[in-house]
Write a new protein. Structure first.
Lengths: 415, 615
């Protein structure tokens, strides 16, 4: 692609980026419309209309954010982080008897989900800190503050309990480290114990061999990076321990606990619960074929087989009605979105901008992959919505806030 | 800033990292695309077939609702099977022409007498409804008879999407008996679904409304089960997927053994005709168990289990009735306590040493009492009396003077000790209303809008129980605990909850809610007085006497509106030496308590002690 006028780095607005975002929002509203359209409900009370309202207010927020100076963001980092923590503690202790778990603060006009707000607040503060203090495996003390900043909201969200959102925090942190000094090899070493658990868990020969290869790679990487003897020992030992301990812990679990983990990892083993949804979702997507059944013609979704089709399972509506072509097109839009978003850090040399941009990209990428993988049966069922497509006010506003943040970085950062 | 590398190097490294990030994202998207390709291209045929023909259905298995028994094991509430003929949206033909032919066939179906099963209007509504109600069956005939079911089953092959559902509905074998206590069940309403206490319920659930059915709904309903079945194109079940663990057995609800005594309840129901407005409460004062509770006029809870049209008719009948049969007058009817309250005035005086058995007031009853410019009347001419005689004859003049001397604060304190007042007794059925014991502060506050101010002369009325508000339940609790002198127990209906196997899961522990004790001397005098009200030939409550049993009581005739007959009250307790039952009866606008209410309480007492009525 030639560097056309729209991709000019010196432009204050990335019209291509804005265009992709609006296209995604349009897809979202039409899918919510086709999933929930109902003759019983008047227009202004319908979900698709509400979704439009959420997006419009989101656009207003995004436009407002453009005029925020990057310095102001840095200054707001600490206060917003503290407010987010206070709200998380608040929901943990004071709201929680009513259905929907203790995740909401009801402000009468809108319901606030503090964990969504915390995502943004945490992103800003971790970017701010890492931009001033790069991390390195040779200086382990450099990890102390960022890990401290990470662990508090992580634990609070995990306690709600909301594992998937807690993992979003983890993803932000890891990508932050990657852009604040760690090399690709370092990232591999940090993540290797998780891989160890995954590989050694299965008793099959292939995975045992894979695990062996993994350990060898870890040893090689450690040698190549010339890490201190102590740290190298710790990393290798953790890997081996993680491998064996996971099997041991697994065997120590009671059968019903094993069953619970299994249903989480493999929803199909619980066909009355999550498995039912995944099964219906797979059928819906698969029956779409290459070209789809056409807008509004999804027999699976239109017959309300999917209980949460307009929120977490919106992708199956897309798959059924627009088929492989539609899915690929939306994935392409997402890819363009991420590409244009990540290119913002090239407009500015401030590491804060880089970290903030890539953190926002991480939030989007994590939600996109986890949600789609769930609807097509590649991952356990979690409650993560799909950006711009899923119905939901709180998350739509968060997405638009992040978009606003990205636009702001571009607008304020370019000379 | 990064000092160890030059600006340019940092820039190059950053760009590499962004590239790595984007490559990672790209790989993830490729994996997703691959899986999509596998689902939508390689396995397209089977997925398409599955979505077209054979489908999995998740069917909720409704748990059996628990029964209600009386204290001797007689069934008061049970379930009966009910056949519903319904349309299943998912199995209806897709083409409009096919649907119309089902419509016409349904319209043509007649039973043996030649009458149509369905009328075109309601059938049309149902066919409209299934266009958006996809997951739930839409009923077209509720509570179908066996004959109607047979007719439908006969034609089942030509009626795709029409099915017979067996539901369990509530049945109240004794009809209106204790209807206010038992409550009824109906489909959960839209308003209830929005309330936080109904968070675990979903649309279409049948839930308890009013009475025990509502209060113990969570216990009665049990836990619903779930099964996954495969259905064929016309919606018939092909198989249950129980082999893959896709079956959760429903857990039936708990049965309740209530404190109600069916025999006593029947007698009480018979004693109060349905034309009368009134209530009766019989309670065991030793532990708060309510043996019988009647509120008249009654309603038949069975109407709520009927088919829609009859249900609506019945509902309109009870809801619009000016006699308000939906009200449980025994706990939600508030009346002046009338002369029954003289026991409180007397008790407060005795307890505080202001009056005694030997004290006479200077002014004797000459048919009234001159208070300032006002002549407060008494219902008779009684002469000069002591407290026991004054209670026996229910003389107002004595209590005018006693009330002025004792003062409201002491009277109200004594009344609250035995269950009167604004605090609820906490009976375990919903709808209980609080009473009211006026004093200067609460009187002024309550009547602020009317501009009425408290005056000392009001004590005259309050001392004889005109002006307070009490419920029949409070009256029964009051006389009962007055006689036991061992505290006020929380009145309740739940005795035990048992599971399906008959094991006791929960038992109601008697709980003292008010101190309810007084000096032995006060107790002795009050018991003497209550005894003489019933057993003395001149007592006002002599029609409440039971041969061979020492019944104590107090009559009351509550004035409520000029020119109308008084509310008839009678509260009694027996045997006085070892109280086992307390009964309070109120009949609205029926006349004097001694003549109207006392015979009803007597009937209940006779039944309780197993005495035969001599004709």
């Amino acid at each position: 692609m030639s560097s056309g006028r729209f991709l000019d780095k010196s432009l204050k607005f990335d019209w291509f980026f804005i265009g992709v975002t609006i296209a995604l929002m349009t897809c979202g509203v039409s899918l919510v419309y086709s999933a929930t359209v109902n003759e019983e409900i008047v227009v202004y009370d319908s979900l698709w209309f509400r979704q439009i309202i959420y997006f419009v207010s989101g656009i207003a927020i995004a436009v407002g954010l453009i005029f925020v100076k990057i310095d102001w963001l840095k200054r707001a980092a600490v206060p917003s982080y503290v407010i987010a923590l206070v709200m998380l503690v608040f929901v943990l202790f004071f709201a929680g008897d009513v259905k929907g778990a203790g995740r909401w603060i009801d402000l009468k006009i809108i319901k606030l989900q503090p964990s969504e707000f915390a995502k943004i607040a945490y992103l800003i503060i971790i970017s701010y800190w890492l931009s001033k203090h790069p991390v390195s495996l040779f200086k382990l003390k450099s990890f102390a503050v960022p890990l401290g900043l990470f662990i508090v909201p992580f634990a609070l969200v995990l306690k709600q309990p909301d594992l998937s959102t807690a993992l979003v925090f983890t993803a932000i942190t890891l990508v932050g480290f990657f852009f604040a000094g760690l090399t690709f090899t370092d990232m591999f070493l940090i993540l290797s114990p998780v891989l160890s658990v995954l590989f050694s868990h299965s008793q099959s020969m292939v995975f045992q061999v894979l695990w062996g290869v993994l350990i060898c790679l870890v040893v090689l990487s450690v040698i190549r990076r010339h890490l201190s003897k102590k740290l190298s020992g710790v990393i290798i030992a953790t890997n081996i321990l993680a491998g064996y301990a996971s099997t041991m812990v697994w065997n120590m679990l009671a059968p019903h606990q094993q069953k619970r983990v299994n249903t989480f990892l493999d929803p199909m083993s619980d066909p009355l619960g999550d498995g039912y949804q995944v099964l219906q979702s797979l059928t819906a997507i698969g029956s779409g074929g290459v070209g789809g059944k056409g807008f509004g013609n999804g027999s699976q979704t239109n017959l309300s087989f999917l209980p949460e089709e307009h929120t977490d399972f919106i992708f199956s509506v897309l798959g059924e009605q627009f088929g492989f072509v539609g899915c690929a097109a939306v994935l392409g839009l997402f890819a363009l979105f991420l590409w244009r978003a990540s290119s913002i850090c090239k407009t500015n040399d401030d590491p804060f901008v880089t970290l903030l941009t890539m953190g926002a990209c991480t939030i989007f990428l994590f939600h996109i992959t986890v949600n789609i993988a769930m609807t097509i049966g590649l991952m356990p069922v979690t409650g993560l919505p799909l950006p711009f497509l899923s119905y939901g006010g709180s998350f739509a506003l968060v997405c638009m806030f992040l978009v606003g943040l990205l636009m702001c970085l571009r607008y304020q950062g370019s000379k | 800033m990064y000092n160890d590398t030059s600006e340019n190097e940092a820039r190059i490294r950053r760009n590499w990292n962004v590239l790595i990030f984007l490559t990672g994202a790209f790989i993830l998207f490729l994996v997703i695309l691959f899986q999509l390709f596998s689902l939508q291209y390689i396995h397209y045929e089977e997925n398409f077939q599955r979505s077209e023909n054979n489908r999995l259905r998740r069917i909720e298995l409704i748990a059996d609702r628990g029964y209600i028994y009386d204290r001797n094991g007689n069934v008061l509430v049970r379930n009966r099977p009910s056949y519903q003929i319904a349309l299943q949206a998912l199995e209806m033909p897709k083409k409009k022409a096919d649907r119309d032919s089902v419509f016409r066939r349904l319209l043509d179906i007649r039973d043996s007498t030649g009458t149509r099963l369905f009328d075109s209007l309601s059938l049309d509504t149902a066919f409209q409804r299934i266009r958006w109600v996809k997951t739930r069956p839409v009923r077209i005939l509720e509570d179908a008879t066996m004959e109607q079911v047979a007719v439908i089953e006969e034609h089942s092959t030509e009626l795709p999407g029409v099915s017979v559902i067996i539901e369990s509905r509530r049945e109240y074998p004794y009809g209106t008996l204790a209807s206010h206590v038992l409550g009824y069940t109906s489909e959960i309403s839209e308003e209830q679904l929005k309330l936080p206490e109904y968070a675990t319920y979903s649309q279409g659930d049948r839930i308890g409304q009013k009475g025990l059915e509502q209060e113990y709904d969570k216990e009665f309903r049990g836990t619903n089960g779930l099964k996954l079945v495969e259905v064929n194109a016309s919606g018939r079940e092909v198989r249950t997927l129980s082999d893959v663990g896709a079956l959760i057995e429903p857990k039936p609800g708990l049965h309740m053994v209530s404190t109600i005594d069916l025999k006593l309840q029947k007698v009480a129901e018979a004693a109060i005709p349905d034309t009368a407005r009134g209530a009766l409460v019989a309670i065991d004062p030793r532990n708060g168990e309510i043996l019988a509770m009647v509120s008249s006029p009654r309603l038949d809870p069975n109407i709520f289990s009927l088919k829609r049209r009859e249900r609506n008719k019945g509902w309109a009948h009870v809801a619009l009735d000016t006699l308000r049969p939906l009200n449980n007058r025994a706990i939600a009817g508030i009346y002046p306590p009338a002369s029954v309250f003289k026991l409180v005035t007397a008790g407060a005086g005795l307890e505080n040493g202001i009056i005694s058995e030997t004290k006479y007031y200077p002014r004797s009853c000459i048919g009234g009492y001159q208070y300032g410019a006002r002549f407060q009347k008494c219902w008779g001419v009684h002469g000069n009396l002591n407290v026991v005689h004054a209670l026996r004859l229910s003389c107002d003049v004595y209590f005018y003077q006693a009330g002025l001397e004792i003062d409201m604060a002491r009277i109200n304190e004594f009344a609250r000790r035995f269950g009167y007042g604004e605090k609820l007794l906490g009976v375990d059925i919903p709808g209980e209303r609080a009473g009211w014991l006026p004093d200067s502060a609460s009187f002024n506050q309550r009547n602020k809008r009317l501009g009425w101010r408290w005056a000392r002369g009001l004590i005259l009325n309050l001392a004889i129980g005109q002006g307070q508000m009490v419920t029949p339940l409070q009256q029964a609790v009051f006389v009962g605990s007055l006689a036991t002198n061992k505290g006020v127990y929380r009145p309740h209906f739940m005795k035990e909850l048992r599971d399906a196997q008959g094991n006791v899961v929960r038992r109601f522990e008697p709980e003292i809610i008010r101190s309810g004790t007084m000096k032995p001397e006060t107790h002795r005098v009050l018991m003497n007085a209550m005894d003489s009200v019933v057993n003395h030939p001149g007592g006002t409550g002599k029609r409440g006497a039971v041969p061979g049993i020492r019944v104590g009581g107090k009559t009351g005739s509550g004035e409520w509106k000029k020119g109308q007959k008084t509310h008839a009250w009678f509260a009694s307790v027996a045997p006085l030496d070892d109280p086992q039952i307390a009964v309070a009866v109120v009949l609205e606008a029926a006349g004097g308590g001694g003549s109207m209410a006392a015979p009803i309480a007597r009937k209940v007492m006779m039944a309780f002690f197993g005495k035969e009525e001599d004709k």
